[in-house]
Design a protein around this ligand. Structure first.
Ligand code: GAL
Length: 427
């Protein structure tokens, strides 16, 4: 296997805990901890598409656990920016939910190093999880031989979604495979009056940035940015950021979140959108959770430009926080999240592939069959926005730098801000 996993990274929790809690939308707030049987499951899967995945896994949980009540403590907002900030304040106040969704990699390492999580080796032994999960993934969620979460899936970040009819109208016969082709195609679409590239809230610009960095720098140079030998000041990074600036200049009006931006492609208002494959669940799932669209006709996909052969990955994983009010209930949830049945219910709806190696492949059709193939053969790079390569403080600093750049378009200043974010990351 040509696997090139990034080394698990140490991280300080300090930056994460200083984030401001948003305080809104937390259905658990003020609810107390009296309900012994209630299992509070914290995520951000409330929106169209992703909520379908959670609902499917919840169904299995409820079927297998009549003793417990599932309590959905999801906080709205794609990519969990609001949820993660609120979670940080809850953990700081030692008021954890029973279980929460955390990304494998640097983000989870932050929770581990801060002493917020119970090791799950007992569960791994009982369920023989080391036999069914890829060792490289276990490494991302472990510290000193202790495993701290249950990964439920693998998502792909570097996907270019497009509307075939809009491309045809612009005279584009195939999805662009390089950044230069992409820019040329964006310009062709612009001439038709359609939106060349749809975009959502600020985090979706960071999501776009990670694909543009990977597509511009190549896999080895991208992966190097997250090591001790990183050079954020090099000419290759300058060029990548110039590309980002050009690509952003073709973006439409920022939408409220990733779903309305993706929908502009499905509706034929926009040509392209760079988004993780949770967009597939949204496009493909039947209404009301999804748009019920047909792939290849209403929407199509390709590796984001310049990244074919590399899988920019992330993984959603569930944890057992220290002091979970309903620890038994949390363990019952983790057992479902770890199970073949749970993963095979969740992932086809979520638009992701299972973390388990023994899942039922026949359930993963269409985009998801391609995804499984790419996962088995591609080189790997880790996502920035979704917690793999940068700890949460670093990710937040990159987020801020992108926000400023969207206003001033100053590449030199942006590059300096990214170099400073790396230097100050404490990672
Ligand atoms: C990611 C998360 C995915 C999906 C996406 C959009 O961070 O890992 O599961 O929810 O955000 O909200």
């Amino acid at each position: 296997m040509r696997r090139r996993w990034l080394a698990a990274v140490a991280v300080s929790m300090a930056g994460l805990l200083t984030l401001t809690a948003c305080g809104s939308g937390d259905k658990a707030a003020g609810d107390g901890k009296s309900g012994q049987k209630k299992v509070e499951v914290f995520s951000w899967w409330t929106g169209p598409g992703e909520a379908d995945g959670l609902k499917a896994m919840r169904g299995i949980f409820e079927k297998n656990n009549s003793d417990f009540t599932f309590y959905d403590a999801a906080v709205a907002g794609g990519s969990g920016d609001q949820a993660r900030a609120l979670l940080a304040s809850k953990l700081q106040a030692n008021q954890p939910p029973d279980t929460f969704q955390g990304h494998a990699g640097a983000e989870l390492q932050g929770y581990i190093k801060a002493g917020k999580l119970e090791p799950l080796n007992f569960l791994y032994d009982e369920l023989k999880l080391k036999d069914v999960l890829p060792q490289e993934l276990i490494d991302q969620i472990s510290v000193q031989g202790q495993v701290y979460s249950v990964p439920v899936n693998i998502h792909r970040s570097n996907v270019l979604w497009f509307n075939p009819s809009v491309l045809k109208e612009a005279g584009i016969s195939a999805a662009p495979t390089t950044i230069d082709e992409f820019i040329a195609d964006l310009d062709k679409v612009k001439k038709t009056g359609k939106i060349p590239l749809s975009i959502g809230s600020q985090w979706t610009a960071v999501h776009l940035l990670e694909s543009v960095l990977l597509g511009s720098l190549g896999t080895d140079a991208y992966n190097q940015l997250w090591t001790a030998n990183a050079d954020w000041s090099g000419a290759n990074v300058t060029k990548a950021l110039e590309n980002f600036k050009t690509i952003l200049s073709y973006a439409g009006t920022p939408q409220e979140d990733w779903q309305p931006a993706a929908k502009q492609v499905a509706d034929g208002a926009a040509a392209f959108n760079v988004m993780g494959d949770w967009a597939y669940g949204y496009f493909h799932n039947p209404a009301p959770g999804g748009l019920g669209k047909t792939s290849k006709t209403d929407f199509d996909w390709a590796a984001s430009p310049g990244t074919d052969g590399t899988f920019m990955w992330l993984s959603d994983s569930f944890t057992l926080p220290k002091g979970a009010p309903n620890r038994d209930g949390a363990v019952a949830w983790l057992k479902v999240a770890a199970s073949k049945e749970g993963q095979d219910a969740f992932n086809p709806k979520k638009g992701s592939i299972p973390a388990r190696k023994d899942a039922d492949k026949s359930l993963y059709q269409d985009y998801l069959a391609w995804d499984l193939e790419q996962w088995a053969s591609d080189k790997l790079a880790g996502s920035i926005q979704h917690g793999v390569v940068a700890n949460d403080a670093w990710r937040a600093a990159i987020n801020d730098a992108v926000g400023l750049f969207q206003q001033d378009h100053d590449v030199a200043k942006f590059q300096q801000a990214l170099a400073d974010a790396a230097k100050n990351s404490g990672q």
